[in-house]
Design a protein around this ligand. Sequence first.
Ligand code: FE2
Length: 302
Amino acid sequence: MNHPVDATPAHSLGQIAESLRPRTLERLVLGQETSDGAGVRLRRVLTQDLQQRLDPFLMLDAFGSDDPDDYIAGFPDHPHRGFETITYMIQGRMLHRDSAGHEGLLQSGGMQWMTAGRGVVHSEIPQQQSGLMEGFQLWLNLPAERKLCAPWYRDVQAQDIPRLRTGDGVELAVLAGSSHGVQGAVQRELTEPLYLDLRLPAGSRFSQPLPAGHNAFVYVYRGALRIGDAEVPAQRMGILGNDPQADGVVLHALADSRALLVAGRPLRQPIVQYGPFVMNTAQQIHDALRDFREGRIGGYAG
Ligand code: FE2
């Protein structure tokens, strides 16, 4: 039994963690099996119908197969405009080239962050003939005033991604934002994305403060988690409710588990998508198609 005078700094920290008023699970999402690029099999976890609900995130694809026929063709040259793509590789090797002159080898545990801005043409081609290729591609929207910014690109190798281990034995990579005092590999103003890759031993618990207005979801890719009274099994996305009274999320691992935790500040702007272009108006999509046709996206017409 604790008497108030026995409170130690550690105890106080424990009380802070306990004071989290966690969000509840709003719904489970199965996603859609599909193929993209030149025939890469993947699960589209965050589909177009969820873009408003999960603003500022536009898409999440999960790919994972040890059958080279599922991935070997890769993603040959294709354009993007108006948002950012974040590719995170769990296992495998993929070569990226783009029209802005960037080239990089994405390897196991590494991340590539590309801001398409006013436009790039790029390719993403597997650099392996066999074995497991597993990873994720997340699309993060750009605010209206930044949609035509200059393209930007950064490779972050596995050893350069900040990591931490909690007292509960949970290990995490902080891809973006910050967690438990650790600054992630990339920060973004305005959308303030949080992107964590979590490895949770069975029976462990992980808590993460989240700003009340930010949209947030969990994607479990191994094992199973519990959020409040609800279970999120493997290969499911759990959308977290936006209770204005809640200040974070608490994840309980029902088995050895791996999961992504993603959150961001919504832009609340119109979203008009046509394939690889995501703008605010139909006219801007017409402009993107015209610019692509005339070689002004990734071409050399300036
Ligand atoms: Fe792409």
